[in-house]
Write a protein that binds this ligand. Structure first.
Ligand code: ZN
Ligand code: ZN
Length: 263
């Protein structure tokens, strides 16, 4: 499985992805907003885009569909629940469905509500697993819930699904937000040395050569996975004095999400 991460350099800071079968060159385009870049990259390398996967229905993920379909005849795949909001959908996906790309690539669909209620993450079962997580999980952050989502479901997705994947799972998010997100982690957990070191290392990272993190690293530097950290909880109590002595993880997650909305 070849994964090509494409930095769109737009104001929304989107990443697009091409996932390619090495044997046949057949390609799945994930959220190909920058259709020109996706089409050119595939053409230059002799790859054939046969399918498009939209992680969810927001326009910064679906806006390139028409142009890619027009140029390639690719089929459009997305969460079954998004069918009224994504024009021209060919296949509606549910948890456990498998997307085959060429002969060698199989991607498992995870139903991951929270950012929106029709969000799919894709899990690639290569030697090293890979997660294409759209706007659910970002490097050092979590998606917001302002555009049709709910923080309770986002927590359930994080705790019930993402946190249980292998630690060496590669993380391929839908946006490049790492620098700002690490600053939020440090705002919430000032003694997180790993986050501080990483921020120092990457600084204003060139998104064309973005760090590809792992789930294991995210568990260290992503405040939305650090719900039991005593310093996260102590700091949270400054903002929410009514927080119980030993708040449950869901409460901590939802309060962090609330703070991040206005941070
Ligand atoms: Zn979104
Ligand atoms: Zn987005």
């Amino acid at each position: 499985m070849i994964v090509k991460q494409l930095w769109t350099a737009n104001d929304y800071r989107n990443f697009n992805y091409l996932v390619v079968c090495e044997e046949s060159g057949e390609t799945l385009a994930i959220d190909p907003l920058d259709h020109e870049m996706c089409l050119k990259t595939a053409k230059d390398r002799g790859w054939e885009i046969t399918q498009i996967l939209n992680t969810h229905e927001h326009l910064d993920h679906t806006g390139g569909n028409d142009a890619v379909v027009k140029a390639t005849g690719a089929k459009v795949l997305a969460h079954a629940g998004a069918k009224d909001r994504i024009p021209g959908m060919d296949r509606g996906l549910a948890a456990g469905d498998v997307i085959k790309v060429g002969k060698t690539v199989e991607l498992e669909c995870l139903d991951t509500p929270g950012h929106t209620m029709s969000h799919i993450c894709l899990l690639g079962h290569a030697d090293q697993p890979a997660l294409f997580c759209g706007d659910t999980l970002f490097n050092a952050g979590a998606g917001n819930c302002k555009g049709g989502g709910h923080p309770e479901e986002l927590y359930d997705t994080f705790a019930g699904q993402l946190a249980k994947l292998p630690d060496d799972t590669l993380i391929y998010p839908g946006h490049h937000y790492i620098t700002n997100n690490l600053r939020f982690t440090l705002d919430r957990e000032p003694d997180n040395e790993m986050a501080a070191d990483l921020l120092k290392d990457i600084g204003e990272e060139d998104p064309n050569r973005a760090l590809v993190s792992t789930l294991g690293l995210e568990k260290e530097i992503n405040t939305f996975f650090r719900l039991h950290s005593p310093s996260v909880i102590t700091k949270l109590r400054e903002a929410f004095p009514d927080l119980p002595d030993e708040p449950d993880a869901k409460t901590v997650f939802i309060k962090l999400r609330e703070l991040r909305n206005s941070w």
